[in-house]
Design a protein around this ligand. Structure first.
Ligand code: TPP
Length: 366
């Protein structure tokens, strides 16, 4: 905050406040009066998705360490944000991820084997089908937010009721694209919800070195949109916050920004070693705030869940994951022509020449 430098009286012409939403406590208790209306059946579904996400993430990590996958960013610890958000969307809504959303992508019908293929370097894993309503992984930080705004603007112009949910990380909020996206979205009142997974690190840069703002939520207030900070390890709060924001957007009331506070309990990606720049003590504190554990405690208190059910679920999920791994491993290699096919509608003369050359080489090899 700027300190007052003189005693000159100044009128307050605007006041802002940042609200924080938390519902489910760390010990699994909550005020049932403010808890969103979610049936026991749906709650269990949510839990099962979170659990599956964790098992899949662990499997991917182990495959990467075996040299079977390339670099990827783990989802571990972000399950409440992603599943809470997914359940607040309608099927016709669009999801625009960055690169840490394997779990929410799965729930939008993208098969596990597609994700596995992509991280083996097979781009066909990113060929999504109509109706999945998900954009592919986006590596350049924050650029996806502009794509999301463009899509939402198109929905508005076409008078459609679809809403776009765009993910970003805390690091993305320092990019110019982030600010352009929020400004445009708010001025043109497009049906987009920006969801920031504030996991407190952008690779090795901690949040306090990323920004001098006390919250990320206040950045969106400056653009004139509805903004809320949410406990991102609390699935009830995420669900409620996203649902309200999505419905506002659907009613034509414009965009919202949601800062979901969580923690990246893993390295940034499988190519990083976070122990070189942050204390293990800090990681342990956040591991104890695990979002899956929190929902499990709630379900156990409600007698909806127990160790036996967890054991059965684990077997079932393991089977699903292993089947997907086998499927991905058995996909035949892409044709070498694929390297040339998808960049231009019409191949350039240079590319044609290279393709002809490769065809000749392959023919000679026969
Ligand atoms: C435009 C751009 N600049 C830099 C990078 C390198 N880079 C990859 S991930 C990352 C940090 C992203 O942090 P954050 O937005 O907080 O997301 P998180 O990975 O923590 O989920 C950076 C700087 C990039 N991919 N794109």
């Amino acid at each position: 905050m700027r300190e007052e430098c003189d005693a000159m009286p100044k009128k307050v012409i605007q006041k802002f406040e940042v609200k924080f939403l938390e519902i489910l406590g760390e010990n699994g208790t909550c005020d049932e009066n403010i808890k969103p209306q979610i049936s026991s059946k749906v709650l269990l579904e949510m839990y099962k998705w979170m659990f599956l996400g964790r098992v899949f993430d662990n499997k991917m990590f182990s495959l990467q360490r075996q040299g079977k996958l390339g670099t990827f960013a783990q989802t571990k610890g972000h399950e409440a944000v992603q599943i809470g958000a997914a359940f607040a969307l309608k099927k016709e809504d669009w999801l625009v991820p960055y690169f840490r959303e394997q779990l929410i992508t799965l729930i939008r019908d993208v098969p596990m084997e597609n994700i596995l293929m992509y991280y083996t370097g097979d781009e066909r894993g990113q060929q999504y089908q109509k109706g999945w309503n998900v954009l592919p992984v986006c590596i350049p930080v924050a650029t996806q937010l502009l794509h999301a705004v463009g899509m939402a603007w198109a929905f508005k112009l076409k008078k459609k009721k679809n809403v776009v949910l765009a993910f970003c990380g805390d690091g993305a909020t320092s990019e110019g694209d982030f600010h352009e996206a929020l400004n445009f979205a708010s001025v043109f009142k497009v049906p987009v919800v920006f969801l920031c997974q504030n996991n407190q690190y952008a690779i090795s840069v901690p949040l306090k070195k990323q920004t001098a703002s006390e919250t990320l939520a206040q950045k969106a207030i400056a653009y004139g949109m509805s903004s809320l900070k949410i406990d991102g390890n609390d699935i009830f709060a995420v669900y409620k916050g996203v649902k309200e924001a999505v419905e506002l957007a659907r009613k034509g009331k414009g965009p919202s920004f949601l800062e979901c506070l969580t923690y990246r309990v893993t390295d940034h990606t499988t190519s990083d070693d976070a122990s070189r720049y942050r204390p293990i003590k800090e990681v342990k504190i956040w591991e104890a705030r695990d979002p899956i554990l929190r929902l499990r405690k709630y379900l156990e208190k409600k007698k909806l869940w127990n160790k036996k059910k967890e054991g059965i679920l684990y077997q079932d999920v393991q089977k699903k994951v292993n089947t997907a791994v086998k499927k991905a491993e058995n996909v035949s290699a892409p044709s070498f022509e694929d390297m040339f096919r998808y960049t231009y509608k019409e191949m350039t003369a240079e590319l044609k020449e290279e393709l002809d050359y490769l065809k000749k080489v392959k023919n000679d090899e026969k």
